[in-house]
Design a protein around this ligand. Structure first.
Ligand code: TRP
Length: 460
């Protein structure tokens, strides 16, 4: 969304100071060693931060269900910048995730004046067709439209009860002049992110949302809102072990054993504690210290490694007794790749990026004019070598077009040592990008007639 975050991830990009962005966002570093079968994305440092990814990696390791959610704004044309998220989505799908794709047609209508009809056309021909060509599996991918899925909008409203304008001001920098469409869109987006956990859309399971770091405000908002809906909290106990505590809310007072006058209904409270105890027994925790009056259960023998499975079983219980039982979404953040002119990549400036539908000629022209890390003269270049950290052609090979690590390394070495010239590395980039575009366009054509395989039933 435009203008909804006060932190501009692009501004730090020139210095490639990702540690600083990460710290600004309060993000933890990704632990590469934990990722099984490291993919190109991780090896090349494309993903640089995450929230709660461990939850997902654990599911991958166990072969357990998890979902992946991504969203697209149906306006403009799909370009290389957008493809980074889809590469991640594909990676998670290959690891066993089921994929949900949001077409943010309400958001495009509200914030960019794109009609629903137009949004639909753009989504299918510009985006979904390319997602198909990039290898998403139609049997495990579900595309839906915000405007056609009332459950998402309903969830947006429900979660909206847990926030207020002050929070929106502090997260997004909204003020009195802010258009209300910009206030509604993040709530619908929270609905998008959470709804795959509803029973109708796959049920309770962790969901990962791979995004560019500009979308992190939405992730933080959603995680906060979900936390506020939860009926049970699990925390570390000072003396070791864990403590479960009840979160009494307006809508769960009677279930929690709180009477209208604020007093505690002992019988109801004890019944509830018994239910929690039997959940815990099923996953192997029998030694418990319940305190019905305070609404806590201590588990001295549990450790922080048990938090995940304890939370999951409590969420299942919450659902049974009338709560929503939602997990906070996990997320990964990919780098912003420099635009071809050395500035930011932007769909409104075609010379800064390569569109999925660009012809080989259009692409070649842009690469030839791209920002280069070469030296001013051939003599200097041979002596000093090229600068990989500035060179667009090299970085595009690294992030998009060259799959082989050995090839990439050898090109990098030759360029840095001055053996190959700026024009030559651009030619290598053009050759690889041409293969990539040709392959993409062939695959797109194969999918054109079957693109409905990706659409959910409610999108008609
Ligand atoms: N706000 C996103 C954008 O500007 C689009 C979007 C809507 C989205 N819902 C989403 C992205 C859910 C990720 C997850 O592009």
């Amino acid at each position: 969304m435009a203008g909804d975050s006060r932190i501009d991830p692009w501004s730090s990009q020139q210095s490639t100071d990702y540690e600083r962005i990460r710290d600004n966002f309060g993000l933890s570093d990704i632990e590469l060693s934990k990722i099984p079968n490291p993919s190109l994305l991780h090896r090349r440092g494309i993903i640089f931060a995450h929230r709660d990814l461990d939850t997902i990696l654990e599911r991958i390791k166990l072969g357990a269900e998890f979902g992946v959610l991504t969203g697209l704004m149906p306006s403009g044309k799909m370009h290389l910048g957008h493809s980074m998220v889809i590469n991640q989505v594909k990676w998670f799908q290959d690891q066993g995730g089921d994929v949900t794709v949001t077409v943010a047609d309400l958001e495009a209508l509200a914030t960019r004046n794109v009609s629903l009809e137009e949004g639909r056309k753009i989504a299918i021909s510009e985006y979904i067709n390319n997602y198909a060509a990039m290898g998403l599996d139609p049997d495990k991918t579900n595309v839906y439209f915000q405007s056609r899925r009332p459950e998402v909008q309903r969830l947006g409203f429900t979660l909206g009860q847990k926030t207020n304008l002050s929070e929106f001001e502090s997260i997004y920098g909204f003020s009195g002049e802010t258009n209300l469409a910009h206030v509604q869109a993040p709530l619908v987006q929270a609905g998008d992110i959470v709804h795959p956990q509803l029973d109708k859309f796959g049920g309770l399971r962790p969901i990962v949302v791979p995004v560019g770091v500009d979308q992190d405000p939405h992730i933080r908002l959603t995680r906060g809102l979900v936390g506020k809906t939860n009926w049970f909290n699990v925390k570390k106990r000072k003396s070791g072990g864990l403590t479960i505590s009840l979160s009494v809310q307006e809508e769960n007072k009677s279930v929690m054993g709180v009477s209208p006058n604020g007093g505690i209904n002992r019988d109801v409270r004890i019944q509830l504690i018994e239910k929690i105890k039997s959940c815990l027994a099923k996953i192997g925790f029998a030694d418990l210290i319940p305190n019905p009056k305070h609404g806590t259960i201590e588990i001295p023998g549990a450790t922080s490694f048990d938090i995940g499975k304890i939370k999951l079983s409590l969420l299942a219980l919450e659902r049974k007794i009338g709560g929503m039982g939602l997990m906070p979404p996990s997320s990964t953040y990919h780098r912003f790749v420099v635009g071809m002119t050395g500035d930011k990549m932007s769909s409104s400036k075609p010379e800064t990026t390569i569109f999925m539908h660009d012809s080989i000629e259009q692409m070649s022209r842009k690469v030839r004019r791209a920002f280069s890390g070469g030296q001013a003269t051939v003599e200097e270049h041979r002596r000093l070598g090229g600068d990989l950290s500035k060179d667009v052609a090299y970085q595009y090979l690294q992030y998009f077009f060259e799959d082989s690590d050995e090839e990439l390394e050898s090109i990098g070495r030759d360029y840095e040592s001055g053996r190959i010239l700026a024009g030559e590395i651009k030619q290598i980039c053009i050759d690889r990008a041409a293969e990539w575009l040709t392959d993409l366009s062939e695959k797109r054509n194969q999918w054109t007639d079957q693109i409905t395989d990706f659409l959910s039933k409610d999108s008609e």
